[in-house]
Design a protein around this ligand. Structure first.
Ligand code: SF4
Length: 244
């Protein structure tokens, strides 16, 4: 495993479980707003952290931490991901995997080994804008297949979209809605414009709450239960939408 970052303690990553977060190095997407460029851009790569040191730390914390989130970069690019996750499961950890959904074959393998308890997959954009938002060519069939595999995995899951208002507008968000099904949990989140992969001109955050409350969003509101998540400054950070 190429590990480019390790957070020893997080209250936020795994719902209701204290845990550590592992960031794998390398990604096949080039989202301009990516705020982990040191995991994505070869010229900005951070130093690797040894897998042994991470496993040893987690072995020592057994019983104190409950979960491990494997994020990126894109974890499904790591050829030894399954073995690594099974080692963590053997230690008793609940596993969350963050993925961009571009490798359904890997997801299928992880599902068949029950290696992941909680899935978090990005839906970057409506299908018509996918490649533009991701900065590379994306096969939409892969994305849709990954979504279905995750739904059938037997684990918990969430899908999430970062509202990148330099390319997307609110109608594009509403165009994502047909991809969602009853039972899906969907996080719509503000873009973090600090330390982005590409320079962002005139970065600003959108009033998601206002857009979500307007007439055009009625169908989405009616089809879901929804919650607001505020950041430390009391501003809206995410809308969590549970499809009915
Ligand atoms: S935001 Fe995009 S480029 Fe960055 S790690 Fe995620 S999928 Fe890769």
């Amino acid at each position: 495993m190429l590990i480019g970052g390790f957070q020893k303690f997080s209250l936020l990553e795994y719902p209701e479980k204290l845990g550590a977060v592992i960031f794998t190095r390398g990604c096949n997407f080039r989202c301009p707003y990516c705020h982990n460029p040191e995991l994505v851009d070869v010229d900005r790569y951070s130093e690797l952290i040894s897998e042994e040191s991470v496993l040893q730390f987690l072995l020592n914390r057994k019983g104190k931490l409950e979960s491990v989130t494997v994020s990126g970069g894109e974890p499904t690019l790591q050829p030894d991901l399954l073995d690594f996750l099974l080692k963590l499961k053997d230690m008793g950890y609940a596993i969350k995997l963050d993925t961009n959904g571009s490798h359904p074959d890997v997801i299928e393998k992880l599902v068949s080994h029950k290696a992941v308890d909680y899935w978090a997959m990005d839906i970057k954009a409506p299908i018509s804008l996918y490649s533009l938002v991701c900065g590379c060519s994306v096969n939409d069939k892969d994305i849709l297949r990954s979504m279905n595999l995750i739904r059938q995995s037997g684990g918990d899951w969430e899908f999430r979209t970062t509202y990148f208002n330099q390319i997307m507008n609110w109608n594009d968000v509403l165009e994502i809605q047909p991809l969602l099904k009853p039972g899906d949990k969907y996080y719509l989140q503000q873009c973090n414009y600090n330390n982005t992969l590409e320079p962002i001109h005139n970065p600003h955050q959108t009033n998601l709450e206002l857009l979500f409350s307007q007439e055009a969003s009625t169908k989405l509101r009616e089809k879901s239960h929804h919650y607001r998540m505020l950041n430390d400054a009391g501003k809206l950070q995410q809308i969590i939408i549970k499809m009915r």
